[in-house]
Ligand binder design. Sequence first.
Ligand SMILES: Cc1ncc(C[n+]2csc(CCOP(=O)(O)OP(=O)(O)O)c2C)c(N)n1
Ligand code: SF4
Ligand SMILES: [Mg+2]
Length: 299
Amino acid sequence: MHDNIFKINDKEFLLPGNRSCQGCGLSLAYRFILKALRENTIVAIPPSCLCVLHGLYPTASVIIPAINCTFAGNAASASGIVAALKALDKPDITVLALSGDGGTYDIGIQSLSGAAERNTDFIFACYDNEAYMNTGTQRSGATPMGAITTTTPLLTKREKKKDFIKIMEAHDLPYLATVSPSYPMDLYEKFVKAKRIKGTRYMHIDTPCPPGWGYAAKDTIKIGKLAIETGISILFEIEKGKLRLTGRSETIAKKGKKLPVVHYVERQTRFKKMSMEQLSQLQSSVDDRWNEYVGRAEL
Ligand SMILES: Cc1ncc(C[n+]2csc(CCOP(=O)(O)OP(=O)(O)O)c2C)c(N)n1
Ligand code: SF4
Ligand SMILES: [Mg+2]
């Protein structure tokens, strides 16, 4: 395993000047994902901010082969690429399907579930920015309760965020991991590891988004860190059924110093209409989830 930032592959696959917003958490995460997966990778992309980031033909901001797929069918298209590579006897090429939360939790769930059930030999990564950002911040199954979106403008979203990671865990995958662009070493190491494993590997990327979440572009790293410090997101990996907390989440679990969720909520204007009742519901669901994962981990 790598132990410092200087061990990261110094080749850039994501070029400067791409079309993502300033401070985009996806752009940061993608840069390190591609460094970890390296050449010999093909990416399947659905309609999303990722599609915009890649650019319009004939120009592209990413120097690896990429295929634009349909919104619902990214995992199915990626399965087709995997089958074609098998037919061509090219076992050394990694297929990455990278979808937003809309393309994973909602419209993409059936093709992903089917591919995972077949244990398709690919990495499916969901960059979860908690709404349909590319089309103007509509609510998705990943949007947290209490957040304002353009489809929940008056009363905030009333339903809880879907526990999609649990749904993927129920597929009994060879590897599942959560990552954050605020912790690039942890992200990089997990993708390096995922590349070496066969079968369906599911990676969940907690992805701060300045315009959609309502914070200054310079604060992306800070917001991503606060998600981990408060336990809103937890860094872990599950390999052959064994759960291991990693990085900062492991440290917090050992030292027992998780911050209250209000530290995360108060910095984002999407939560400005959150009620006290919603805040305390969020705190208790975060506490329950945290206790469950810490209880399962071998510390
Ligand atoms: C079948 C279909 N419905 C709707 C759209 C319009 N559309 C394009 S991108 C997008 C939002 C994608 O949201 P998400 O997957 O969360 O990715 P993000 O934009 O947040 O990066 C929508 C609704 C589409 N392209 N195809
Ligand atoms: S809307 Fe959010 S996820 Fe999309 S490009 Fe901008 S910062 Fe990135
Ligand atoms: Mg999204």
